[in-house]
Design a protein around this ligand. Structure first.
Ligand code: ADP
Ligand code: MG
Length: 292
């Protein structure tokens, strides 16, 4: 490609809200084979709400919600806001807490009004030796509905299963169809539970799902996709997407996401929508030719 065609291409990109931070990205994009996409905040709104709460025998729903909301009030995870809002909507006052701790890729814990409380993924509860299987039927149903099941423990006893649901952005289905029309495979990478991820992927026609990935696992997943498929673009918005954005052949950050993601990316999609990705690839092919 000539410097002129790259200048023209990046200029056209800017007009359509696709900012190339590196000219090389325009060149690399035209031969991308796979677009790997973070789920939360990229495919979905990133604003989940609490949809279900089922307590274990002997536990009171309002009491458990009050305890877990008190812990989540300290967390910055989107799940946390969903739980706190649900407690506020029911007019529950949140007790004060001690010894808050966030366990990466697992959940959160703290002492609330003298009770030890843990909230998080099934793997977190298993690591504490708690029998999440007692909620197996509910977890299966919630997952199939595309909701994310979480669990709460109080003083070392499994107390509840909770679900949050994060709506798919209205612009996402057309963007995935556009990527398919350009001949690309779409893969989803998420820390969320496998059944939930598969349900959402099925609704969107996503080709490959890698779920229950810890933050450091996103980079390893990209390395595997690159060695299996060839050139891989990754799209993400979160702080924990930064290493994957750097590892991908082309990293594209959602412009409404975190600064950390935008700084790690080669391309920033100002629209905040996945549609910027097929637009950028089509632009790359149009300005630099489609010959491999
Ligand atoms: P993701 O960005 O995919 O949510 P994370 O590594 O942030 O990945 O979290 C992985 C999983 O850990 C979440 O899907 C959730 O099950 C659990 N988790 C993380 N933070 C919290 C929290 N504040 N409250 C409850 N569960 C959490
Ligand atoms: Mg995200």
């Amino acid at each position: 490609a000539t410097p002129t065609s790259i200048m023209v291409g990046t200029g056209r990109g800017a007009e359509m809200g696709v900012l190339f931070r590196k000219g090389e990205a325009l060149q690399l994009l035209k031969d991308a084979r796979v677009v790997a996409v973070d789920k939360t905040g990229t495919l979905t709104e990133g604003r989940p709400s609490l949809t279900d709460l089922e307590v274990a025998p002997g536990f009171d729903e309002a009491h458990v919600l009050r305890l877990i909301a008190a812990v989540e009030a300290r967390s910055e995870h989107p799940i946390a806001r969903a739980i706190v809002q649900a407690a506020e909507a029911r007019g529950l006052a949140l007790p004060s807490l001690d010894a808050f701790e966030s366990v990466t890729g697992m959940g959160v814990r703290a002492t609330v009004a003298g009770a030890r409380v843990e909230v998080g993924a099934d793997r977190y509860m298993r690591s504490l030796g708690l029998p999440v299987e007692v909620f197996a039927d509910t977890a299966e149903r919630l997952g199939n509905e595309g909701k994310s099941p979480l669990y709460a423990a109080v003083d070392g006893q499994l107390a509840a299963i909770v679900a949050v649901a994060d709506p798919i952005k209205p612009s996402t289905p057309a963007a995935i169809a556009a990527l398919h029309a350009l001949g690309l495979k779409v893969a989803m990478i998420t820390g969320d539970n496998a059944r939930t991820a598969r349900a959402i992927a099925a609704r969107l026609g996503i080709d490959e799902v890698v779920a229950e990935v810890l933050p450091e696992g996103k980079v390893a997943t990209l390395q595997r996709l690159k060695s299996t498929h060839g050139r891989v673009a990754f799209v993400g918005d979160g702080i924990n997407d930064a290493p994957a954005l750097a590892e991908a052949d082309v990293g594209l950050a959602i412009g409404t996401g975190t600064d950390v993601a935008m700084e790690a990316a080669d391309v920033v999609l100002m629209s905040g929508h996945l549609q910027g990705v097929p637009n950028a690839i089509a632009l790359s092919r149009a300005t630099l030719g489609n010959i491999r």
